[in-house]
Design a protein around this ligand. Structure first.
Ligand code: P1T
Length: 380
């Protein structure tokens, strides 16, 4: 099956008792047992739920994975991955990454004795130099949030496997439609399904997928034991969203490319971060590694003050000022005070994230309206 067919059919079959074509929302906390431990495959809904199973099979199909486990949020999924490690273990992570991931690593896991090194992974030598005998995991986020840097998944995955280290990719910004990390050699792929997979800004969720049976056993143990599981309604909404993933992402990218070009030529704009622009430092890598260049853009203004950036963000009419991304509607946000506010200013700035950076999540509205909206905000 090819991708678009999989998005609709992978792991899906009509429900057996009624023939319902869409997976029902199994709103139950428990399941009957004929005798202790004799049941139809489900015993308690923290451990498993058929609506969740349908979602897990679908995401596994899209990521070319044998196994997938879903969580109640993206950070819940990351939390479960890091909990497969133990005190004394070391993780190498990208230095430009979602602020909530940084906060989880440094404020929750560092105090428990897991070490983290944040490096610029666009330079593979920095990754290599950070490896130590306790390194167990390399955490890749690409494209990065919010600077849209591209990390060479294949090169990092090769280096990690040569050193007996697992590699994990947060594939939230690309979605599996644009990038399939496991096919590039990564061991683990993770999603905030809140974003492109759900696609409609109406549900929070996360997923981990992999072909490593032993690793996924540990993840299943986390699901059962720490219980950050999604409810059946949330699984259903995400399943429903995924069915149009390919057409939503395709249109969002088409719009984003036009907006990036428009911004790139605008006399009020200083710099545009977008992997589809030939002046992007990893333009060729993005073209090789991704099916297309994504629908996230960040940019800075010539009047590079936080006041002007904030004024612009408050004046768009179609781009809604809000956290999150990957929905059908276009959003605008201020990473320094919103999604990345938990990263200390000095560390943000060292990674290149300035207080005046503006981030766009481009949706599927008419692109002429979107460009007009941004143009008015830039010139007013
Ligand atoms: O919000 P949640 O579903 O828990 O997912 C966390 C997460 C993980 N990884 C990446 C790359 C993310 O961007 C996010 C969430 N990001 C936002 C809310 C945001 O606006 O950037």
């Amino acid at each position: 099956m090819k991708f678009n067919t999989k998005a609709i059919h992978a792991g899906q079959k009509p429900e057996e008792t009624s023939g319902a074509v869409m997976p029902p929302i199994f709103q139950t906390s428990t399941y009957v047992q004929k005798a202790p431990n004799q049941h139809l495959g489900y015993d308690y809904a923290r451990v498993g739920n058929p609506t969740r199973t349908a979602l897990e099979k679908l995401i596994a199909g899209l990521e070319e994975a044998t196994f997938c486990a879903c969580f109640s949020s993206g950070v819940g999924a990351i939390d479960a991955i890091i909990k497969t490690l133990k005190p004394g273990d070391h993780v190498i992570s990208t230095n430009d990454l979602y602020g909530g991931t940084y906060r989880l690593f440094t404020s929750v896991f560092e105090p428990y004795g897991i070490g983290f090194s944040f490096v610029d992974m666009t330079d593979i030598q920095q990754v290599e130099a950070a490896i130590n005998p306790n390194t167990r995991l390399i955490w890749i986020e690409t494209p990065t949030n919010p600077l849209l840097r591209i990390i060479d998944i294949q090169a990092v995955a090769e280096m990690s496997s040569q050193n007996g280290i697992l590699s994990a990719v947060d594939n939230t910004f690309a979605s599996p439609y644009l990038q399939q990390p496991l096919l590039l050699g990564a061991d683990i792929v993770m999603h905030s399904t809140t974003k492109y997979l759900g696609g409609h800004s109406d549900v929070i969720g996360g997923a981990v997928a992999s072909n490593h049976e032993e690793f996924m056993e540990k993840i299943r143990f986390q699901v059962k034991t720490t219980g950050a599981v999604p409810g059946p309604m949330d699984c259903y909404l995400t399943l429903r969203g995924i069915k149009t993933l390919h057409i939503r992402v395709e249109r969002s990218v088409e719009n984003a490319k036009k907006i990036a070009l428009f911004l790139n030529e605008h006399d009020k704009v200083e710099h545009v971060h977008y992997p589809g622009l030939p002046n992007h430092p990893q333009f060729e890598l993005a073209a090789r590694q991704m099916k297309d260049s994504g629908a996230m853009i960040s940019f800075s203004l010539k009047d590079n003050t936080i006041e002007r950036a904030v004024q612009l963000m408050a004046s768009t009419k179609i781009f809604t000022l809000a956290e999150s991304l990957g929905g059908v509607e276009s959003l605008i946000s201020h990473p320094a005070s919103m999604t990345h506010g938990s990263i200390p200013k000095a560390i943000r700035e060292k990674a290149g994230l300035s207080d005046s950076l503006i981030r766009l999540s481009v949706g599927i509205e008419d692109v002429e309206d979107l460009i007009h909206d941004v143009d008015l905000a830039l010139t007013s």
